[in-house]
Each structure stands twice: as structure tokens, then as C-alpha cells.
Design a protein around this ligand. Sequence first.
Ligand SMILES: *Cc1c(COP(=O)(O)O)cnc(C)c1O
Length: 397
Amino acid sequence: MPGFELFGDLEKKEVNDVLENGVLMRYGFDGMRNGHWKAKELEKALESTFQVNHAQLVSSGTAAISVALAAAGIGAGDEVILPTFTFVASFEAVMMLGAIPVLVDIDDTLTLCPKAVENAITSKTKAVMVVHMCGSMGHVDALKDVCDKHSLTLIEDACQAIGATYKSEPLGSIGDLGCFSFDFVKTITCGEGGAVITNNKEYYINSDHYSDHGHDHDGNDRGAETHPFLGYNFRISELHAAVGLAQIKRLPEILRIQKINYTILREALSHIPEVTFRTVPEGGEENYSFLNFFLPNLETSLKVSDAFKAQGVDACFQYYNNNWHYIRKWDHLKELKSLYPIPGEVKAGLEYLKTKEFSQSDHFIGRNISCLIKLSWTEEEVKARAFKMVEIIKNSL
Ligand SMILES: *Cc1c(COP(=O)(O)O)cnc(C)c1O
């Protein structure tokens, strides 16, 4: 997954363009910039890469989710349905707006179970957020149908699936709004950064203004701009955008290498009858940033995971006891440990977390292992790794 493995002259050149004219901000200072508009250029590149009409860069993937929700008018007391397996950013971004995260079970795609989504819909539900975890995707068509039927906004968190497609359409471009993260460990990185993509012009204009204090960005005198509505500061800097501009040029190469390495590992593991792979919906193509597989039960999965660690098979994750990505260990959320008072509606809306069981999610996350695919491995290294993984799994069964 990590684009930082391929840093080089391209990144240096783009960053130096910015350092040479000294304009580190993405807006204004037209005369000083020598024609360099890195954020604008990266937005154009995102629009063409992800085949959408509009892209808005922001300061992080978490910001992208908050901005996307705000752009669609989602806020205080509204319910947003999300999966139990995701990154903590998902519920953080929802709660920042005073909205209520409603966590529901995943299925063997490792993201939202459409049936669980449908069962969780109430009169307060405004949006469904599918989180395309670990390089692949949810049942996009089924989720779209549910959203259409109930007039809900579909938001795609494609932070971990940059470059994956569903029926040839890039993930992120299919729902009403899509979100990307370009933090340091993502498929392409800006250091820190994110983006909202959409084909909806109103949502784009809302994202553009909201992420810059509500500025209307009309004309070229920033001081004279008006504020049609309240906003916040989620701007990306020119330096970060410059890194991203170099990285997006590497995306086809990154995906190509990931696919090669992934395929070698998958092929080796597929000879073990007890190993099954995560379901990729028909018509879907992963970005190959992770290889996800299931073992017969939790015990074996934990045993294999420990043996991987002990024997140097690094970057493989067993999420059952993980603090960042799975609901079981989110005690800070369940107990609402907050520095500041949380709105009453949100508190009441999260009561369910104290008692609700997620046995269907436990069933899949308990058996899953997710291995990061690195770009820097040589063919010999991947083959040796595959051999070692197979040995460890066979010995653990
Ligand atoms: C990384 C990530 C985010 C948040 O991105 P940041 O840029 O780190 O704020 C959100 N969702 C998922 C699934 C992620 O992996």
C-alpha cells in the first residue's frame, strides 16, 4: 500500500517548485507563484484519474469525511450508518458534526452487510458510509439500491482502496460523494492530505467553501470574498499537494507492482484447503494493497498471526484485538471519553453500543488475516515470504 516506498526525484521536483516561489498556500498570491498551483493541478489529476466532475483537496482523510457529510447537509442528530470494521476516523468525522454513528455488521466482503444496513435504518438515518477496507469493496450495487429506496446519501470511504474499481468505475466515484486519504501510509501520499470527489456540483461547491472558512472563492482578492455560509479550515498546503502531484503519476506503477506481489502470495495460499479469501463482489477489482484471507476459526487465526510475527512475516494484521480498526476495543467510544461535553442527542444515540453484540462481524474479523503488500519486495523475497506463510499456516492447522 504505501506510496512512500517509491519516493524520488519526481516528488523533490514538485516540492522544489513550491519552495522556489515561496507560496505555501493554495489560494491567492497569484503574482508570486510563477504559475505554480499544485493543489489545483492535483485536483484536476484526481478528477481525470477517478473519472468525476469535481475533486476538492483537504487536509486529511478524516477531514474529507466530515466535509463530505457537511456538504450533503448532514449534522446534528442525523444518523450515519457505518461498518464495525473501519478506522476510528469514520466515527470521529461523523461525531464532529454532531451526527450519530450507527455501527452495523460486516459480511465476508469485510465491509457493510447490506441486510444489516437495511435493518438499521430509522427515521433519523441520513447517510450510509461504506468503507472499502484493505483494498477491496462492499456490495456497491446492493448498498446503492438501499440508499435509493430510502432516499439516503451514499458516501464511499475509499481511503484504503485508491485505484480499485467496481464494474470499471473507480471506487469513490460511484456513491454521492467519495473520500480519500493521502496520509503517509496510504497508496499515494501527500504526507498528510485527503480529498472529496463527486459528480454533484452543489456538493462540490459546498466542499470548496466549507473547507476554507466558507470563502466563496470568487475573483482574485481573497480579502474581498464573502461567506455564503459558515465554514472551517480543512485546507491542504501547496507543499503537501506538490508531493501528491508526483505520487499520483506513480499510481499505475504502484497498482501494477501490488498486483504482481499479491498474486504470488495468493496463488501459494490457495493450495491450502482451509484457507479461503475475502469475497470481492462480481465486477470488482481490488487495488491489491492487501491480501485478506480467512482461517477456519479465531483460535487458528490468532495462532497463525502470532507465528507470522515470531517468524518475521511482518505487516500482517489480525484485527480481532486491534485498537484502531475494530469495534471490540473501542472503549473510548463506548464509554464516551471526551474532552468536552458531547451533545445529548449523540449520547443517547450511542447508548446501543453498551449492549449490542456484533457476532456476525466477530465471525469474519475473528478468522481474518490481512497482509499488507509492499512495493519494495523483490520477486525472490515475495516467493520466500509465500513459502514461509504456507509453512506456518499448515503447521498451525
Ligand atoms: C486512513 C483512513 C482514514 C483517515 O485518513 P487520515 O488522512 O489519516 O485522516 C479514514 N478512513 C480509512 C478507512 C482510513 O484508512
